[in-house]
Design a protein around this ligand. Structure first.
Ligand code: SAH
Ligand code: SF4
Ligand code: F3S
Length: 474
């Protein structure tokens, strides 16, 4: 990946309100007084979902309403993910498909933002191959979206903007957020990543770790609780290194305790925890918490010490298993989930089997599995990678088949238990409610629409492929 950056944008000429109200006026004239409509496509992780909610907050202040129908959209935005080649190709395919729409609706404004747009070659690809795209901006300049949008509108030129080191280092507070869900909310506590796992692009496209001040997080957290959100997830690429670089350092466990002290009817989750930084203090805090969910997403990536070292993960299989053992002792009903990469360059079948043995040993609730995807500019992309793709696919299937057996046993173990479930929706056709347990497992049970958004107790009566069925306990 190239690091040469475009010339820095000069500081904005006007205060943010200026751009918001100017765009509102321009769009009203274009739409002859009708509300303009925006359509946002979000790819990638929850961090991107949270970013899209900020962009929606800004668009709402510009007078936009939101639609899922591209035929009625005045503005279409793709918020992109760079983590794997597959994700990138999907974005290029979907952006390319807008060409025909733009042909029919020449007034349509098309924008692409997010992690991919911090990569010079991806942004160049958009510039050369998709001349109908009006606006491109990376994650580091998201807060300057109104000004960039205004420039594209008023100067009738294409705008391309990425971050640089100065933008990289900043945190902008106070952007409006338009949350999509009614019961689930995402709340970013830190940005960026300093770990440079050898396969991973994230540190290049999200910049260095920087934590929000605990007071700012607490204030937003209170407003989310007051807003009736009941399943709140704190976000960061490595939440356990939260607060280390603050002027007054605060550990992630301390932050959790501070938030958990807020009264209310809610469940508190967090992701992602890097095993090298997950502490016993964190586990103790989870065990003692009033609202903290007994669910830990702890990506292991591989069960082989040699592969872990090559990945630059900075923990061993033994350290990981020790942490899991401690956590299970302190939190017996803990639900553990993980991420695994299959086919890291140079991984042998025997090393892959060490991953299979690790998942058996731990007994995860579920796995997120990925075939290794080389990312230009990362260290692993330079390593010899002799195993053919078809072979890696077979390994992946073998891993998933093993996990299915584990899940079936764990799932069957839930039958007969009573769980506290947050109801998320109701299927009007069959009258079934869908909810989520504390361990983040989906439960289906008959119930009334009025229960959506509330916690209820459900007795689990059957289990199939990690979907539990149950009945309400009054
Ligand atoms: N910060 C988080 C993960 C963010 S990316 C953590 O460290 O756990 C989410 C997952 O994508 C990673 O856990 C990893 O399993 C996978 N991933 C990242 N880069 C990848 C690559 N180049 N190829 C395949 N999978 C990758
Ligand atoms: Fe990527 Fe590793 Fe950072 Fe996670 S911790 S975002 S895998 S570099
Ligand atoms: Fe993808 Fe960016 Fe998240 S690369 S995984 S959207 S941080």
């Amino acid at each position: 990946m190239q690091t040469n950056q475009p010339a820095r944008l000069p500081e904005p000429e006007h205060p943010p309100e200026f751009y918001l109200s100017e765009i509102k006026n321009i769009m009203q004239v274009r739409r002859r007084g009708e509300a303009p409509m925006a359509l946002i496509h979000t790819y990638g992780c929850q961090q991107n979902v949270a970013d899209s909610e900020k962009i929606k907050g800004l668009l709402a202040q510009m007078g936009f309403f939101f639609t899922e129908n591209e035929e009625e959209a005045d503005f279409i935005l793709f918020n992109t993910c760079a983590v794997r080649g597959h994700a990138e190709n999907r974005v290029f395919g979907n952006v390319g498909a807008v060409k025909e729409l733009k042909h029919r609706h020449p007034q349509l404004i098309v924008a692409v933002c997010g992690c991919m747009m911090e990569e010079q070659q991806a942004s160049e690809h958009i510039r050369r191959k998709f001349p109908f795209v009006n606006l491109v901006f990376g994650t580091h300049v998201l807060h300057r979206f109104p000004e960039l949008f205004w420039t594209a509108l008023t100067e009738s030129r294409r705008v391309f903007e990425r971050g640089d080191e100065q933008e990289d280092a900043r945190i902008v507070e106070g952007l409006p957020v338009r949350r999509d869900g009614t019961s689930r909310a995402w709340l970013t506590v830190m940005y960026g990543c300093d770990n440079f796992c050898s396969y991973c692009i994230v540190p290049y496209v999200r910049g260095r770790e920087r934590s929000r001040e605990p007071e700012a997080i607490l204030q937003e957290f209170r407003s989310v609780v007051d807003g009736g959100y009941k399943d709140i997830t704190l976000l960061g690429q490595n939440v356990n290194s939260y607060g280390k670089k603050l002027a007054k350092p605060v550990s992630f466990a301390e932050l959790l305790r501070m938030l958990d002290a807020v009264d209310g009817d809610y469940r508190l989750r967090f992701m992602t925890s890097h095993p090298k930084d997950a502490t016993h203090e964190l586990i103790d805090t989870m065990a003692a918490g009033r609202h903290i969910s007994h669910h830990l997403h702890l990506p292991v990536q591989s069960g082989s010490n040699r592969v872990l070292k090559e990945m630059n993960r900075r923990y061993t299989r033994e350290k990981y298993l020790e942490l899991v053992e401690y956590a299970r002792k302190k939190i017996p009903d803990l639900s553990l989930t993980t991420d695994i990469i299959v086919g890291f360059p140079g991984e042998t079948y025997e090393e892959f089997r060490e991953t299979v043995s690790l998942i058996r040993e731990v007994g995860f609730t579920s796995l997120f599995t990925f075939i290794y995807s080389p990312r230009e500019g990362t260290r692993a992309a330079l390593l010899p990678d002799p195993i053919p793709a078809e072979e890696k696919s077979k390994w992946l299937q073998e891993l998933c088949a093993e996990q299915e057996k584990i899940s079936a046993v764990r799932c069957a173990g839930e039958v007969g238990k009573t769980c506290r479930v947050l109801v998320e929706s109701r299927n009007e056709k069959n009258g079934l409610l869908t909810g989520r347990t504390d361990g983040n497992v989906v439960v289906l049970f008959p119930g009334e629409k009025g229960m959506v958004g509330n916690f209820v107790n459900v007795k689990i009566t059957a289990a199939r492929n990690w979907i539990l069925s149950g009945e309400l306990i009054q």
